[in-house]
Design a protein around this ligand. Structure first.
Ligand SMILES: C[S@@+](CC[C@H](N)C(=O)[O-])C[C@H]1O[C@@H](n2cnc3c(N)ncnc32)[C@H](O)[C@@H]1O
Length: 382
């Protein structure tokens, strides 16, 4: 998924930091701002139990599919006889951290591939989603081509229908919705996020959406997926043994709920409960606004979290464009640290569009990404 702040490219660095600090499985890895869940997926492949949390429903769907689910889905409530998945297999591909390690042609994946092939072949239908966000819809918003948008409507309706009838389990539904979220995102007619759509359908938005196969990770350890404010979850985690909490909050004022509102709607499939508002068709509630996106609150929220979650070690990801600056971050975390700290910095060139001037020019700028690890002081129990 094309997600702001995804740590996909930092996975190697996070893995190295875990190893260097002796944070090894078994033990619990708490991904407190899970987003795409890619970090939690890596932790699961390493052998940790994971706890995943985010404000957004799409993140919980991904966590249920990739983390909570431990077994090859059987789809025992559906009739999978007949049909041929070979044409679908030829054009689809896996996604997720284990995509290079799984064989989607193996028996473990056969029922899932069969169901995805069926969904992928469904004819499109019109409905509330196409009216609100799709080419030719009454709202006039051009987030998806007519063909892709109608197929999304049909596929998501079918998943909900199966779930309502009890034909698939909640975890099986999450796996299918995870596939739809990833696949739909690839054909979105946006520059990158859903804060705006393009005036004309771009090339990738005209391509036919193909459902991709989640590279599911099988195992025995227990995994949990929550939705809500991580600071509120802290109370629920009191008394738990957590080896490491990974903290990757938003760095700036951009609220994820408005940037990814369409993925949230596809995850929740609740267009019967609200009328999309404004030019971009936002969801109504601001309840998912994050305190980490507000300068006066971000630092306090961070220290509150680190103080209350019972984790032996904490790893914080941040960057040099964030609301909390580097020295402030180190001072804040220092209050909770035994002194056994590790601060690592990574730079990469980010290309930025400079809009001024008659000929639009593009210049590079350097961004620093930090990983800051501390061992926490535990309260003495008397
Ligand atoms: C930088 S992104 C995390 C990216 C993630 N590590 C990944 O690799 O995909 C920050 C995430 O924090 C979530 N978020 C923001 N405020 C939150 C809060 N108070 N509690 C839980 N999640 C929050 C956002 O929805 C977003 O998914």
């Amino acid at each position: 998924m094309n997600y702001i702040g995804s740590k996909y490219s930092l996975l190697g660095a996070i893995r190295a930091l875990l190893a260097d600090r002796g944070i090894r499985p078994p033990g619990t890895f708490f991904d407190a701002f899970a987003g795409t869940t890619i970090v939690g997926q890596m932790a699961k492949t390493l052998g940790f139990s994971t706890i995943s949390n985010d404000l957004q429903a799409y993140s919980q769907v991904l966590a249920r599919a990739f983390l909570v689910n431990n077994d090859p889905p059987r789809f025992a409530g559906l009739d999978l006889s007949g049909g041929d998945s070979s044409a679908f297999l030829a054009r689809t591909s896996p996604f997720g951290v284990a995509k290079g390690a799984v064989d989607i042609r193996s028996g473990d994946f056969a029922p899932l591939v069969r169901v995805l092939a069926y969904l992928d072949g469904l004819p499109g239908t019109a409905g509330a989603f196409t009216e609100a966000y799709v080419e030719g819809g009454s709202a006039g918003r051009l987030y998806f081509s007519r063909a892709n948008g109608m197929r999304c409507q049909a596929i998501r309706d079918q998943i909900s229908g199966w779930q309502r009838e009890g034909a698939i389990t909640d975890l099986e539904a999450a796996i299918l919705v995870a596939s739809l979220l990833e696949s739909l995102d690839q054909v979105a007619n946006t520059a990158s996020v859903y804060a705006a759509y393009l005036k004309h359908l771009k090339g990738t938005a005209q391509a036919r959406m193909t459902l991709r196969v989640p590279a599911l990770i099988f195992g025995d350890a227990v995994h949990e997926a929550y939705i809500g404010d991580t600071n509120a979850l802290a109370d629920q985690l009191a008394g738990r043994e957590i080896a490491v909490m990974y903290v990757d909050p938003p760095y700036n004022q951009r609220q994820y709920n408005s940037y990814y509102h369409i993925l949230e709607t596809v995850a929740s499939w609740d267009l019967d409960a609200f009328v999309p508002r404004g030019k971009t068709g936002l969801r109504p509630a601001r309840r998912q606004d994050s305190q980490y996106c507000r300068r006066p609150q971000a630092a306090d929220a961070l220290i509150d979290l680190v103080e209350r979650v019972p984790a032996d070690q904490v790893i914080v990801s941040y960057n040099d464009e964030g609301l909390v600056d580097r020295d402030q971050l180190r001072a804040l975390l220092g209050r909770r640290s035994t002194g056994d700290d590790d601060f690592r910095e990574f730079s990469y060139r980010r290309f930025r569009a400079d809009a001024d001037g008659p000929t639009r020019s593009y210049s590079g700028s350097e961004v620093f990404e930090y990983l800051y690890a501390i061992r926490t002081r535990r309260q003495a129990v008397v």
